[in-house]
Write a protein that binds this ligand. Structure first.
Ligand code: ADP
Ligand code: MG
Length: 667
């Protein structure tokens, strides 16, 4: 018989864990011994080398050893015990604010003290306050040093407690498959950093594999759900093609076909359409909505902001009303009567397309017969699947659109629950956006150039990272820049847009810019996603060093939408770090969203790229995609192999890494 694994023993079975510690652990989602094992050290303190006293540095914790020269009480602002150590290289002062008489008496001259702590420069010398220490009468035998783990923690749980807990956990009789985890908690003496990295990789691969398995499972489960198929109808789509005024790109045609093919099936579609900014995702959604409308069935379109919802409304009503399809817009600013009226049209089914922000759809919107949910700019949304949009025993088809380029290596595992379409081609005639990096000293030239540009009847965005000036952050604010530009760009008409304005103010300003009643729009990053004004040809971004590359790419994508030459100026605040310089160089040299995303991953980590996936409920505990990217394809291969050949291992991985889901996943 195999011994029972300690994995699922509760934390309360450990010595020293009472209700209060149990509650603290629970806050970190740690319930059993396996959870504790998966709570890996953030880093290690090197206690393998004894630092000569003369070279103890402030701010670097270290192990030290010396002879006690003196121990005396100092009466400063607070009474303290001061102990002086010496070795061949110099002296070191230790200071204790809390001490007992017995403790003081033990620091007899000539005894040997071995301690661990962090030095602090006090103006005249380096002091270590409250070190951990041991005293010896003679020089102790050299002890094997160790790497001492430092754990991520929460208030009320100290490092010593973590070490005590994990020591107990590691003493249990664990199956061999836990060897790497145990190694990471208790690296043997003289472990090299590479060995730690390797063990972390093994664990990260497990985690990524488990994640992939869950995604695969979701994909399979979806196939058991029912949706009502939307077969080819009277081909109203052809009408739209005639009216569009442009030809679809090859990529758009391909993706439209992929989407319409999904809609003809009796399982719910879950398709992610990735396409760089300006690649024309909106019109793809329009063809899907038309297919639903041909069956007198409804489409909900969710946008991340009201501005975008309005813009979609303008596009969809232009495209769909000639086909006899009615579109309604739901916004926060509606009067009660208007709102009631529009909700009634949705409920009766007279409106076949409803557009609004995600928040609005979460409040109860009753559809007559919802067939399709389109979610624009998914990375702003978080969990997209748990929508209150079910009805009549069938699930709506879902189309998710994102301009966030996710490297293929990541999507194949992290988005394995969805089908993927990529619009990898921009409409013809788009010119590359000329991008420059400018220093604060070049501001006057920039303003001069801009006033010439505006005189040719083109428009510009000027984006700031702050709304109002801040004492803490040294960056230009939208309100200041608005004042400045209103003055120096006269007679140009300057508008201001930011998140603290009311919905209707924002909409009015945006509409004025679209109508070209404004020449320059000074804005915060609220215009980031999807806004489309083809006559705007310049994008100036202040303090681009404060934004992620993905965000910069999104912002830059607001221009270059017409046929005129477009420009982007990255006006930094001076004093760039070398990483900051490298990031702006990436922006200057490339307009390829996928390339930029890869560089972002290299230079910064994947938080921005994966958005909700990274920070939401699917956060990784060990895997760090900036470090472990190369493991992702391996996780896919291994996951597929395990599904075919080792269901027990699949079950074990799911149990360990996705508690809660594992019970419901039939393997
Ligand atoms: P995104 O993919 O960023 O959401 P949009 O759907 O907003 O892009 O499209 C950007 C602009 O390009 C819109 O003005 C749209 O009408 C236009 N557009 C879309 N497809 C084409 C095309 N094939 N040819 C020319 N213009 C297009
Ligand atoms: Mg868009």
């Amino acid at each position: 018989m195999t011994p029972v694994s300690p994995a699922k023993l509760g934390v309360e079975t450990l010595k020293g864990v009472g209700p209060s510690i149990q509650a603290l652990l629970q806050k970190l989602d740690i319930h059993n011994l396996e959870d504790l094992l998966l709570h890996l050290p953030l880093r290690y303190e090197d206690r393998t080398q004894i630092r000569p006293l003369g070279s103890v540095q402030p701010g670097e914790p270290c192990l030290f050893m010396g002879r006690v020269v003196e121990a005396s009480i100092a009466f400063g602002r607070r009474r303290s015990l001061v102990v002086t150590l010496e070795d061949e290289t110099g002296f070191l002062t230790l200071r204790f604010f809390h001490f007992s008489n017995r403790q003081k008496m033990a620091f007899r001259e000539g005894r040997i003290l071995r301690g661990y702590g962090e030095g602090r420069f006090t103006g005249s010398r380096i002091e270590v306050a409250h070190p951990e220490y041991q005293l010896f009468d003679t020089v102790p035998e050299e002890e094997e040093g160790e790497l001492t783990p430092v754990y991520p923690t929460t208030k009320g749980l100290g490092q010593k407690q973590w070490r005590r807990l994990l020591k107990q956990v590691c003493q249990h009789d664990w199956p061999e498959s836990y060897a790497d985890l145990i190694f990471l908690h208790r690296p043997p003496p003289h472990t090299k950093p590479e060995e730690i990295d390797r063990a972390r990789e093994v664990v990260a691969l497990d985690e990524l594999t488990a994640y992939y398995l869950v995604m695969k499972h979701r994909a399979r489960e979806r196939l058991t759900h029912a949706a009502r198929p939307l077969p080819r109808g009277p081909q109203l789509g052809r009408e739209l093609l005639k009216n569009l005024g442009f030809q679809l790109t090859g990529a758009q045609k391909r993706v439209v076909t992929e989407v319409l093919t999904d809609l003809e099936k009796n399982v719910p579609m879950l398709r992610l359409v990735q396409g760089d900014v300006g690649s024309g995702k909106t019109v793809v959604a329009a063809f899907a909505a038309i297919r639903a409308a041909e069956h007198k069935r409804q489409t909900a379109i969710m946008a991340p902001t009201e501005i975008l919802a309005e813009q979609h409304y303008v596009n969809f009503s232009n495209w769909l009303s000639p086909l006899g399809i009615q579109t309604v817009l739901l916004t926060g600013g509606l009067s009660a009567a208007d709102r009631r009226d529009r909700l009634a049209q949705i409920e009766s089914g007279s409106a076949l397309v409803a557009i609004g922000t995600h928040a609005l759809f979460q409040d109860k919107v009753a559809f007559n017969d919802l067939a399709l949910a389109v979610i624009d700019e998914q990375h702003r949304f978080g969990v997209y699947q748990r929508m209150a949009l079910r009805g009549k025993g069938f699930e709506p088809h879902q189309l998710i659109m994102t301009a966030t380029p996710i490297p293929r290596t990541l999507t194949m595992a992290l988005y394995a629950d969805m089908d993927l379409s990529v619009i990898d081609e921009l409409p013809k005639g788009r010119k590359p956006i000329d991008t420059r990096v400018m220093a604060p000293s070049q501001r006057p030239q920039l303003l001069e150039w801009l006033s010439h540009l505006l005189a040719t009847s083109e428009q510009a965005y000027w984006v700031c990272t702050l709304i109002e000036p801040s004492d803490d952050i040294d960056a230009a604010s939208a309100t200041e820049v608005f004042e400045e530009l209103s003055m120096c760009l006269k007679p140009a008409r300057v508008g201001l847009l930011h998140g603290r304005m009311s919905t209707s103010e924002k909409a009015d300003t945006m509409a004025a810019f679209k109508r070209h009643d404004l020449d320059v729009l000074v804005s915060t990053t609220v215009i980031e996603v999807g806004v489309d004004v083809p006559n705007a040809t310049a994008m100036i971004i202040e303090n681009p060093e404060r934004l992620g590359l993905a965000q910069l790419h999104q912002l830059r994508g607001r221009v270059g939408r017409g046929s005129a030459d477009s420009h982007c100026v990255l006006l930094h605040g001076g004093k760039l770090s070398s990483n900051g310089k490298a990031r702006l160089k990436v922006m200057r040299d490339s307009t390829d969203g996928f390339f930029i995303a890869e560089q972002d991953l290299k230079l910064r980590g994947p938080g921005e790229i994966l958005g909700a996936r990274q920070t939401g409920d699917q956060d990784f505990r060990v895997a760090d995609l900036a470090v472990h990217q190369a493991l992702v394809p391996k996780a896919v291969e291994r996951g597929n192999d395990l599904m075919d050949n080792d269901p027990a291992k699949v079950a074990a991985l799911l149990r360990a890494w996705t508690p809660g889901t594992s019970e419901t996943l039939a393997v």
